[in-house]
Design a protein around this ligand. Sequence first.
Ligand code: C5P
Length: 239
Amino acid sequence: TEKRTLLYEGKAKNLYLTDDERIVLAAYKDQATALNGKKKDQIAGKGELNNQITSLIFRELNRRGVKTHFIEQVSKTEQLNTKVDIIPLEVVVRNYTAGSFSKRFGIEEGVKFPTPIVEFYYKNDDLDDPFINDAHVKFLDIASDDEIAFLKQAALETDAILTDIFTKIGLKLIDFKLEYGRLPDGTIILADEVSPDTSRLWDADNNHLDKDVYRRDLGDIIPVYQKVLADLQAEFEGK
Ligand code: C5P
């Protein structure tokens, strides 16, 4: 087997170059982190679950016309993605109050917003991913006005599709984080992952089926992520 060149080492996955310069291989890892890496654990089986969940969701997003980097899942822990230059923004969409929003404004979790809220965070570990506004994005030369408008619109369209996907398996999509990247011609497409690591998913009884189980020491994430995957597979793959 060929030796792969590591392109990028992340907290939750590694990216490798492939024989095709337009394609990268994402290998999902068993590492879980929270508090910007201050809490860290190896959780056997997590990489497999997030790769499978993300693959299923991105397949569905592609099918419904969202332009994404996802090409195909190639093993339990790996998928092929179109190579992009990642825009250093975490685009967070919130449908209900939770997490840092609830903390910042002193509002209980689980209050539904009349319309979803889009937020930008500057992807920078040294700075702890600060919350930034449109003017900051422009000043830092991260994206143009047109691109900022595109990102907000695209994130809201993806929110509508993801909300539909999770509603079909009885889960409320509380909030989530997206990342976008540029193709060589400047086209912006959805990249990274969508999984219980990057979203908040609550069931009808407001049980948390997401990484808050790890962040808040509520129990073992593996059976939780397994349930999310199994329910998605039953709904979308007839398994
Ligand atoms: O922490 P906060 O409430 O701002 O997170 C909002 C959403 O973005 C959550 O679903 C969380 O899992 C996700 N997120 C993420 N990666 C980060 C920060 C937040 O996936 N670095």
